[in-house]
Design a protein around this ligand. Structure first.
Ligand code: F6R
Length: 601
């Protein structure tokens, strides 16, 4: 949610243009409005606009020279989508400019504090409806009490509650101040210049040397260097620099019309990377889970569906009982967390607020935290006792595709490691997945995409679409619904096949499209019966299955990968969602009302 960028350098550069380009690379994080502030020899340049930044011609930002700039791509939380609510936000004399990702949860109390201290009413102080605007006014207040810019910033930081990453620029000061707690912030180090951003692609054209500040740390960043300290006690923190190993190409479309399509089609490669897990790490994570009395998988959205799949694999392959939860629904179960519990987070970004909240409570109660992540250096990475990475490179499209299949693959490996003779079983799991990746590679060709586009053409005007699956394919049916909803905006729902007769079958009329996920496993017969029941009520059946059935009106053949068939089944659904979105005139990379990383509750 929201992308932030900051730049400070020793030489004058075309800073507004540079910031524009960085925000364009961060647009997947938030795209309802944007804003830039740059320090120039003639004063502060400000440009704000509603809409996607990529809809603005970059030439409009050319020729603004300066050594400092900040920029923000917004996904509205507090206050509607408008120029006045877009960042940066300013103090009254517009000398302090602030960009912020996250939520200041106590913004009402902070407003009341400012009114009381300054003897002012709302209209005298605030121009926007945002929570963010308290920050420049608080810094201004502490400056007027005689603080330096840095100490006013720190005093303000101490008052903020919630999750945030904040970058601040002040007229006349040759440096940026930044702080974070819970929301992502990464620093890039160039030659005599530094970059701050929510995510690495924003500055990957300029540097690969990065450092990830920790929670409740603040930074003073000038062209000469960076100083990092604890927000709470001022203790100095040594920055730990590392190199980004993936290149910009993995964060570009590489000739595809959309990131979503590129990310779907690169799954043979991303899966191949995901299954190259070190045995030791999987066995260590599994050992923690085996020792635990309670083990909870936790995730949100697509990651929650993969967490559920993790639970099913842990039971069916690993012989372990675990429970999967949606992050936002975990609260009543926090009471059961103790030293004998393991919380296993599944998250692409490692920044999802509802999961982070459960992990923080778990940590306080002594539970062990294990995470399956994509983003290195993310908040979940930092708070985990054991972590596994899917290693798929950046996922830019808002809809999760290659991350989801990679999560499923690693969860299959984990389930093997959980089994009695974990080491031997793991070798078996790796063999199974290597074969699966090979078959997926041979099958996932542009022809498959064309074939699914043809199916999408038939379905593009439907109002409703249902998906059924049983066993391991029940969470896949739920995930299919998310994928179709979020990019095509068609009403889609997934059900376990066995649930149909308990209600949903009433929705079926002549021609209602239903996708049936039929695996060659013990659920096959029951799935065929369920499909027959739908067919006899007039449903138009799209079968995703390794073998053809006369029940199907459309058949999308998938390779039979045994327990890894879930991965193959996800791919045609992703392609169908993508083509439906394009045929209905939607932007699949930036679906309405959504953002890539949900850092607010
Ligand atoms: C759907 C989608 C979301 C995310 C969810 C969790 O395609 O991408 O449902 O899966 O917001 O995000 P992460 O995995 O970053 O925790």
């Amino acid at each position: 949610m929201c992308g932030i960028f900051g730049y400070v350098g020793v030489r004058e550069r075309d800073v507004a243009l540079m910031t524009y380009r960085a925000l364009r690379d961060l647009e997947y994080r938030g795209y309802d409005s944007w804003g830039i502030a740059a320090m120039t020899p003639d004063g502060v340049f400000v440009r704000k606009s509603v809409g996607k930044i990529s809809d603005t011609n970059e030439q409009e930002l050319k020729g603004i020279s300066g050594k400092l700039a900040i920029g923000h791509s917004r996904w509205a939380t507090h206050g509607g989508v408008s120029e006045v609510n877009s960042h940066p936000h300013f103090n009254r004399d517009r000398t302090i400019a602030v960009i912020h990702n996250g939520i200041v949860e106590n913004h009402n109390e902070l407003r009341a504090f400012l009114y009381a201290k300054l003897g002012l009413v709302h209209a005298d102080l605030f121009v926007s409806e945002t929570d963010t605007e308290v920050i420049p006014h608080l810094i201004d207040y502490f400056l007027r009490l005689g603080n330096t810019f840095e100490s006013a910033f720190v005093e303000t930081g101490k008052m903020l509650e919630g999750r945030y990453a904040v970058v601040v620029m002040k007229r006349g000061e040759p440096y940026l101040l930044a702080m974070r707690d819970g929301s992502p912030l990464v620093v890039g180090e160039g030659e005599d210049q530094y970059y701050l951003a929510s995510d690495v692609p924003a500055f990957l054209d300029h540097t690969r040397t990065v450092c990830y500040p920790g929670d409740r740390e603040y930074l003073k960043v000038s062209a000469e260097g960076i100083m990092m300290r604890s927000l709470d006690d001022g203790a100095k923190v040594e920055p730990k620099w590392s190199e980004i190993l993936w290149d910009k190409a993995s964060a570009t479309k590489e000739g595809h019309p959309h990131y979503m399509l590129k990310e779907i089609l690169e799954q043979p490669l991303s899966l191949d990377k995901a299954i190259r897990q070190e045995d030791g790490k999987l066995l260590e994570a599994a050992a923690l889970m085996k020792e635990a009395e309670h083990c909870f998988f936790i995730g949100c959205g697509t990651a929650a569906k993969m967490a559920k799949l993790g639970e099913l694999y842990a039971a069916s392959v690993g012989g372990r009982q675990t429970t999967a939860f949606v992050g936002s629904e975990f609260k009543p179960y926090e009471q059961f967390l103790d030293r004998k519990s393991v919380l296993f987070a599944v998250s692409q970004s490692g920044e999802t607020a509802d999961v982070l909240e459960a992990l923080s409570v778990g940590k306080k109660r002594g539970a062990k935290i294990v995470s399956l992540l994509n983003v290195v250096g993310s908040s979940m990475d930092r708070m985990s006792d054991k972590k596994l990475f899917i290693n798929t490179g950046p996922e830019i499209a808002v809809a999760s595709t290659k991350a989801a299949t990679a999560q499923a693959a690693v969860l299959i490996l984990l389930a093997h490691a959980l089994a009695k003779d974990g080491k031997a079983k793991l070798a078996e799991g790796k063999h199974l997945l290597r074969r699966a990746v090979k078959e997926i590679k041979a099958w996932l060709t542009p022809d498959l995409s064309y074939e699914i586009r043809r199916v999408a053409e038939r379905l593009k005007d439907t109002n409703d679409l249902y998906i059924i699956g049983r066993g391991l394919n029940a969470p896949i049916a739920h995930e299919a619904a998310i994928k179709i909803q979020e990019v095509s905006y068609i009403h889609a729902e997934g059900f376990p096949g066995g649930e149909l007769k308990h209600g949903p079958i009433a929705l079926i009329q002549k021609g209602t499209p239903v996708i049936a996920l039929i695996a060659n496993d013990e659920t096959r017969r029951d799935m065929e019966s369920n499909t027959m029941e739908l067919k006899s009520r007039g449903a138009y059946i799209i079968g995703i299955a390794p073998t053809h059935s006369p029940l199907f009106d459309e058949w999308i053949p998938v390779p039979d990968l045994g327990i890894a068939s879930t991965i193959a089944n996800l791919i045609p659904i992703q392609l169908l969602a993508y083509h439906l979105a394009v045929l209905r005139g939607n932007d699949p990379d930036k679906p309405r009302n959504l953002a890539k990383s949900v850092t607010v509750k």
